[in-house]
Ligand binder design. Structure first.
Ligand code: MTE
Length: 330
């Protein structure tokens, strides 16, 4: 179950085959679209995707990335991961985000990373080609006691924060989801949107944000993210409950004060700021000792398994909370 951070240094053989990649690039070049889509690797669909870009921005592109080491956890099927979602901006029932996000436009996009008046702005294309992309097969444990194992594709958040060269004042990181009621029905309708005061906001301590396990994901299962999973860019913090992994981010602010966060504002006795997966601290309305692992197929395929401290990543992250009372700082 446990994995080491050093396991990301993949062996040569695990990296996408270079000649395959070069071949694909040359075909893409012949199609005249290299540069506009540097990480498309499947030439057969590249042309049609490019042509459709304006009116069908949500067609998922194949990505080129360094593969992760396959662990012992059974992967959740892609179909499950993109059809059983929490994304209240598109409705609070699991099937709604996939259905109600079809008109969500992810292009053009600007992700702004800033501290005070210093900022870096990333376009949709920058998100895909500014950093080397890598796969991270992580367990995602929702606070509702279900879990999945998802092959994300992205880059460490630390790489982006380092570019901003944060001052010593920066102690916390605040994240904000796009506010676009015209395309997000849950932001227009209080009931559909689960009573949340939008935009959705989240936060991390700076050292959590800089931890090598914390990534910004731009894809899953080899392709760019679909809207329901947080396209074009979302946070993934695998040792915390899923609600910390905020989707469709437009703003990342480095700040000196602990930021307020959406679920904590809504019910602070149920959802703490830290939200580290902890089988010993129950949610006031249910136990967190076990989880339902969603793999593939129907409800009978779901295994009931023990929840691990820090979602099984304790070796890598427990030191961040040394001396802290984790029952108080839930
Ligand atoms: N981000 C935004 N903006 N809105 C949301 O409703 N839900 C969170 C998180 N990020 C949510 C969000 C919750 S509760 C979970 S469990 C994960 O997204 C689910 O991610 P997934 O749908 O990709 O599995």
């Amino acid at each position: 179950m446990k994995r080491k951070v050093s396991s990301y240094n993949c062996k040569e053989s695990e990296v996408t085959d270079e000649t395959l990649f070069i071949n694909r690039r040359s075909i893409i070049k012949q199609l005249g679209i290299l540069g506009s889509a540097p990480f498309i690797t499947n030439s057969s669909i590249a042309k049609s995707q490019d042509q459709k870009t304006n009116n069908q921005p949500n067609v998922r592109q194949l990505l080129s990335y360094k593969r992760d080491v396959i662990g012992t956890d059974e992967l959740t099927s892609e179909n499950k991961a993109i059809s059983h979602n929490n994304f209240y901006e598109f409705g609070s029932q699991k099937h709604q985000p996939a259905e109600l996000s079809r008109d969500f436009k992810v292009k053009p996009w600007t992700l702004s990373v800033n501290e005070g008046d210093r900022s870096i702005n990333l376009s949709y294309d920058d998100l895909l080609d500014m950093f080397d992309l890598e796969e991270r097969i992580y367990r995602l444990r929702c606070v509702e006691a279900w879990s999945m194992v998802i092959p994300w594709i992205g880059f460490p958040l630390s790489k982006l924060i380092e570019k901003l060269n944060p001052s010593s004042e920066a102690k916390w990181v605040r994240f904000q989801t796009i506010y676009k009621p015209s395309q997000m029905p849950g932001q227009r309708n209080y009931f559909l949107g689960g009573g949340i005061d939008y935009p959705y906001v989240e936060g991390l301590r700076l050292d959590e944000a800089m931890h090598p396990l914390t990534i910004l994901a731009v894809g899953l299962y080899g392709k760019t993210l679909p809207p329901q999973n947080g396209a074009p860019v979302r946070l993934v913090v695998p040792w915390k409950y899923g609600f910390k992994s905020i989707k469709s981010i437009v703003d990342i602010n480095l700040v000196s004060k602990k930021p307020r966060t959406t679920w904590n504002l809504l019910a602070s006795n149920e959802y703490g700021f830290y939200a580290n997966v902890n089988p010993e601290v129950d949610h006031p309305r249910w136990s967190q000792a076990y989880e339902r692992r969603i793999t593939s197929g129907g409800i009978f395929n779901q295994k009931r398994i023990k929840t691990l401290p820090f979602n099984g990543y304790a070796d890598e992250v427990a030191h961040l909370y040394k001396g802290m009372n984790l029952k108080k700082n839930y």
